[in-house]
Design a protein around this ligand. Structure first.
Ligand SMILES: [Zn+2]
Length: 119
């Protein structure tokens, strides 16, 4: 039964709207916790709690860079599972974008500098 327990842990990690949303956001690559905060409008403690479940399930990994903690998906095979499920539900999801200036992460900061130069 041990293999089923391991599998169940993985399935359970997917059984939460916030965790599915986080995985969707991470399809585009790694993102820092502050970015997820700005994107979803949840508190950092809440986001971190959800990330912990995904990490325990072996789906994501974190990396610290200065004050920022970045997360990335280390088992991208999971996206095929989510896509297969969406064929059943018929739901098409695209990751929510953070509001402009809502996020101070280096990625978003770079993006807004790019926009300023464009103008
Ligand atoms: Zn950001």
């Amino acid at each position: 039964m041990e293999i089923y327990e391991q599998e169940t842990k993985l399935y359970k990690s997917l059984m939460h709207p916030a965790r599915l949303a986080i995985l969707d956001l991470l399809r585009e690559g790694e993102a820092c916790v502050c970015h997820m905060e700005a994107t979803f409008g949840h508190r950092q403690a809440y986001i971190s709690q959800q990330l912990m479940v995904l990490r325990d399930a072996g789906l994501v990994e974190d990396r610290r860079d200065g004050l920022n903690i970045y997360y990335r998906v280390i088992r991208p095979e999971i996206f095929a599972v989510l896509d297969a499920m969406r064929k059943v539900t018929g739901i098409r999801t695209s990751a929510a974008k953070p509001k402009r200036n809502a996020c101070a992460c280096p990625n978003c900061a770079e993006e807004s500098i790019g926009k300023l130069i464009e103008i």
